[in-house]
Design a protein around this ligand. Structure first.
Ligand code: MTE
Ligand code: HPA
Ligand code: MOS
Length: 766
């Protein structure tokens, strides 16, 4: 047995059998103390209105109701906005359809939900802004616009041999995690509250509840063992539920659980930002970018929430894998009367990448070249053309290797010819193929969030190890990977390591589990704690056995010093009897990163993740229906901590991205009512939508040049972007209708309806 057995291995997710057997405890499964009450939220039926009166008489009288709360029951801050105000718990003026206005505690969830429907609310309706165009026209923004500029974009565009102009939209996306929003608050003595919340961000939940109650943070403890998926939707959008739940608990002095149903969750919470952009690009006869001028607008909903950081990440990913030396981009953050849009896997980066991928696709089609060729030609290089538009030198570029390998292994060139033949022989069914690169920057774009803490105990009687960090297990496997890292560091089998529930009283001031950085940050903090304990052990052994050397190896349950060997358990017991500390906190802050937002200049990312994907699709030109026939992905996970878990992330991320770009569509009526609020009207990918042939491989030569745990690279968000290939394969199939003479115009998501419209407009030009 060698030391590597715990790491780089396909070890099952620590909860996999519990997940499938129903034994994994989620917030709603925690045993409830006697007297637990259940909450429900009453929300606005208008998208923009002055609330003249809320009459709750019938609500209070309703069967099983114990208490109601309104804005008057909030002792402190009536807002759950994470960075800025703008997300009132119960507002004076309703700003979106679904905005919470009051809440009820009753003896059952069913009775609470029945009761809230009995409210009589009189509104004075106001004008509704529910799309980007209108917000731009009315100058309705949540934050000031951004403007970035590098080189001489306008001059270069003017001087270019070729120019193109256009516009492009990408749509919103509902998070649709398996476990919906839920919170459970148990009051303690001294106005202390223990809050269980399905959140990616326990520390900010704690801080926000403390402000809402006007209490000190040390009176609120938030605990999260696991969440049933977050995807960014629980980075901030969980706060309002935890806050309302705790307010109900405060008023009733009882434990309260608040679990909203799927429709209400979709109605109340924000989603992915839709983006609309216009572009002007100048390029040469080889399709190489000369200059780019962009105007990019996002739909933020009623408040800033995380929109500032999200739009910043959009601007930081406009290049994807391409060197753009002359660029001007204006960025508007539109305020609309819709739920406040929020983090969603990719965090605005993917929206930026779609903008440039659409442009490069159009450039290639204009020149009548294979888009793969034009994409490759614009890649960042290794010794020149390796500085991003924000001044960061790319030192870890592996996109050429990945792209070229995938072109070969997927038989891209041969299949392109076969598709051409197929299309010439079939009138109504057309095929398309596309390859796209992915480059995604890793680190929080908000600098101070790049830190983490951990707490590690080793128990003296049996040498078992107990770990707490700030990491949230959301299905992505961070607990498993942290346990693997610990096992390798201590030379112990996995069964001796326990990563336990994330709690604000164990590890304080944590960042959200987000930005794909959870294991990078928390794993490193955990290793720091273990190293401190190991230092204590070394000092003790050297002192007691008069050893000189610092060399020590932990493996296979043994601790080997030069000249002395211990069984791990025996050493731990002996150290305890000699009064040596076997517990430590740990800390990590990401090195090297720095960024000047005003100048839009610096090194915002520690490293980049790379990948590429080839998708082949089939469309029915009479109905717009489509199918993904084959997908080949080659993705960089560095030196993967757990290849099985990384593969799961790569496959899952891809399908979630395919949903965003081809089938998921969030729709509102002109009056601001959301119409796609249930699985019957909102379609997410299911098993049948998996590609028929799905060849996913981890890039074998991958390693992280930076000092990241196990030299690994995260697979959290980046794999979603591999799905861009599906969209451009669909565009390729449409393009074949006009024998590739005319570049199709299509926005994302490429639903059957949009595909059909694109086909019709293309045919009209033939
Ligand atoms: N995978 C699962 N199963 N569930 C999730 O909620 N969230 C994604 C990604 N993969 C998510 C997931 C998002 S948005 C992020 S930022 C990362 O996981 C967070 O986890 P990591 O930092 O450990 O990669
Ligand atoms: N990703 C996710 N969440 C964040 C980020 C980010 O880059 N910055 C601030 N919150
Ligand atoms: Mo992920 S969008 O950073 O939670």
């Amino acid at each position: 047995m060698n030391k590597e057995i715990f790491i780089n291995q396909e070890i099952p997710h620590e909860s996999s059998t519990k997940h499938v057997s129903g034994q994994a405890q989620y917030t709603d499964d925690i045993s409830e103390p006697l007297g637990t009450l259940y909450g429900a939220i009453g929300w606005s039926k208008r998208a923009h209105a002055i609330i003249k009166k809320i009459n709750l008489e019938e609500v209070i009288k309703s069967e099983g109701v114990v208490s109601v709360i309104t804005s008057k029951d909030i002792p402190g801050r009536n807002d759950v906005g994470p960075v800025y105000d703008g997300d009132p718990i119960f507002p004076k003026k309703a700003e979106y359809f679904g905005q919470p206005l009051f809440a009820v505690a009753a003896i059952s969830t069913e009775l609470a939900r029945k009761a809230v429907l009995k409210a009589k609310i009189s509104y004075k309706s106001l004008k509704v802004i529910n799309n980007i165009q209108e917000a731009l026209k009315k100058k309705s923004f949540v934050l000031k616009e951004n403007k970035i500029r590098k080189g001489e974009p306008l001059k270069k565009i003017n001087e270019s041999r070729y120019k193109l102009k256009g516009k492009f939209t990408t749509g919103s996306q509902e998070h649709f995690a398996l476990e919906g929003h839920v919170a459970f608050t148990v009051p303690g003595e001294d106005n202390d509250y223990k809050v269980y919340s399905s959140t990616q961000h326990p520390s900010e939940t704690q801080q926000i509840i403390a402000k809402v109650l006007n209490q000190k943070s040390n009176t609120i403890t938030v605990e999260v063992r696991r969440i049933g998926g977050g995807f960014g939707g629980k980075e901030t959008q969980s706060f309002i539920f935890a806050a309302i739940c705790t307010l109900l608990s405060k008023k009733t002095k009882c434990p309260v659980k608040l679990r909203v149903d799927r429709d209400e969750e979709i109605i109340i919470t924000g989603k992915r930002h839709d983006f609309f952009s216009t572009y002007e690009v100048g390029f040469d006869e080889l399709g190489v970018f000369q200059g780019l001028n962009l105007k990019i607008s996002s739909k933020c909903g009623i408040s800033p929430d995380l929109s500032g950081a999200i739009n910043q990440r959009t601007l930081l990913h406009l290049d994807n894998a391409y060197c753009i030396e002359n660029i001007l981009a204006e960025n508007y953050l539109c305020k609309t009367n819709t739920a406040s849009n929020t983090a969603f896997r990719g965090f605005g980066g993917n929206q930026g990448m779609m903008i440039i991928e659409n442009i490069i696709d159009n450039v290639a089609r204009h020149l009548k070249k294979d888009p793969a060729e034009i994409r490759r030609r614009n890649f960042y290089q290794n010794y020149k053309k390796n500085i991003t538009h924000y001044g960061m030198k790319i030192e870890d570029n592996v996109i050429h290797a990945i792209f070229d390998k995938l072109i070969k292994s997927s038989n891209y060139k041969r299949r392109r010819l076969e598709i051409k033949k197929f299309n010439s022989e079939n009138k109504y069914i057309k095929k398309g193929i596309a390859i796209i690169p992915v480059k995604f920057g890793i680190s929080f774009t908000t600098m101070h969030l790049n830190q983490a803490g951990a707490l590690v105990h080793i128990y003296c009687n049996d040498g078992s190890c107990h770990i707490n960090t700030g990491a949230i297990e959301m299905g992505q496997g961070t607990y498993t990977k942290i346990a693997q890292l610990a096992a390798a560091e201590l030379g112990l089998p996995l069964k001796k390591i326990k990563v336990s529930a994330t709690r604000t009283d164990k590890v304080p001031n944590t960042s959200a589990s987000a930005a794909s950085s959870t294991t990078d940050l928390n794993g490193a903090a955990m290793l720091d704690a273990i190293k401190k304990i190991k230092r204590n052990l070394s000092q003790f052994v050297k002192r007691k056995y008069k050893l000189k050397s610092d060399d020590v190896i932990y493996e296979n349950g043994l601790v080997k010093f030069k000249g002395k060997k211990f069984k791990f358990n025996k050493l731990i017991k002996e150290a305890y009897l000699n009064r040596v500390s076997l517990s430590s906190s740990g800390f990590y802050s990401t090195p090297k990163i720095r960024f000047n937002l005003k100048k839009f200049y610096g090194r915002p990312f520690l490293y980049f993740c790379y990948g590429a994907a080839v998708s082949e699709v089939l469309i029915d030109t009479l109905t717009g229906e489509n199918k993904i026939l084959q997908v080949d992905i080659l993705h960089d996970a560095g030196k993967a901590i757990n290849p099985a878990i990384e593969l799961g992330q790569i496959e899952g991320g891809f399908l979630q991205g395919a949903g965003w770009l081809t089938m998921e569509e969030v729709k509102w009526k002109a009056n601001g009512t959301i119409t796609t609020h249930s699985p019957s009207t909102y379609k997410i990918p299911a098993v049948n939508d998996m590609p028929e042939k799905f060849n996913v491989e981890i890039f074998k030569d991958g390693k992280n040049n930076e000092n990241v745990v196990n030299k690994s690279k995260t697979t959290g968000e980046p794999p979603l972007m591999n799905a861009m290939s599906v969209f451009f394969a669909i565009k390729d199939a449409i393009s074949s209708i006009g024998n590739h003479d005319i570049s199709p115009v299509i926005d994302a998501p490429a639903t059957p309806e949009k595909i059909l419209m694109s086909i019709n407009s293309l045919k009209a030009k033939l």
